[in-house]
Design a binder for this molecule. Structure first.
Ligand code: GDP
Ligand code: ADP
Length: 223
């Protein structure tokens, strides 16, 4: 029996999974992604994307994103070092391939905060190992409020993100789960419930046959 990553409880070996969160800008995907990744008990590694977008005042290079220029991005892309990439709001974003391969090879789980274009690419490559969650705002006016309260982007940037939100919101039906992020605590609990259920899926749990064989052997011995 191995140690599962769900709050340190002993569990049965299983394949690692990738949890993807997407949403229109301002709906709360970064907040939720970081909340569950930073709670070490959930054992989720956060994928740090590369981007050509300018760093926001509150962001730290290497922690929120790796901020690179267009040339460096092109290099990564042509060397096939990106698992997926997309142009979003006029900037380029991509997921470095190697950390993902390393984490999955260790049987650990990873969380991605990427858009719907990247989600399609990852799903195509990793199929059943991908679990996708779409975050919606409770209303469009609240989306605007959150972007304004976040106060990290210029008014033009906020308008561009709100204009793009109309297109992004329509992608909800491509995702496995949808959370309407009204109350943050409730949304966080919903995300935890999704992860817990997905980790318990029979088809991921490669250790189940051996575990049941052990139970049957124990029963044979008349324990
Ligand atoms: N495809 C893809 N999208 C990404 C990646 N990293 C971030 N994004 C998406 O790019 C969009 C813009 O992200 P960001 O500039 O941080 O703005 P925010 O959504 O307002 O927080 C969001 O939809 C992110 O999910 C990535 O590596 N690949
Ligand atoms: N449920 C919520 N209620 C109120 N404010 C929220 C909620 N979720 C996130 N926020 C706030 O809204 C803003 C946008 O959230 P963020 O996680 O940056 O969104 P995204 O990554 O989707 O662009 C942030 O200032 C964040 O603190």
């Amino acid at each position: 029996m191995t140690q599962d990553a769900t709050h340190g409880r002993p569990d049965i070996a299983r394949r690692g999974l990738i949890l993807i969160l997407s949403s229109p800008s301002g709906a709360g995907k970064t907040t939720l992604t970081r909340a569950i990744a930073q709670d070490g008990g959930w054992g989720l590694d956060l994928s740090i994307s590369v981007t050509t977008r300018a760093r926001r005042p509150s962001e730290i290079d290497g922690r929120h994103y790796r901020f690179i220029d267009r040339e460096a991005f092109e290099d990564l892309r042509t060397r096939d070092d990106l698992l997926e990439w997309a142009e979003v709001h006029g900037n380029f974003y991509g997921t470095p391939r190697r950390p993902v391969e390393k984490t999955l090879a260790q049987g650990r789980d990873m969380i991605f905060d990427i858009d719907y274009q990247g989600t399609r690419q990852v799903r195509q490559r990793l199929q059943d190992d991908v679990v996708t969650v779409f975050i919606l705002p409770p209303s469009f006016s609240e989306l605007r409020n959150r972007l304004e309260r976040r106060a990290e982007d210029s008014p033009e940037t906020i308008e561009r993100r709100l204009a793009n939100a109309r297109n992004e919101m329509q992608r909800w039906s491509e995702y496995d789960y949808v959370i309407v992020n009204d109350d943050l605590d409730e949304s966080f609990r919903a995300l935890q419930a999704i992860l817990t259920a997905e980790r318990l899926k029979r088809t991921r749990r490669t250790g189940l046959p051996g575990f049941v064989d052990g139970l049957l052997a124990e029963a044979e011995r008349g324990a």
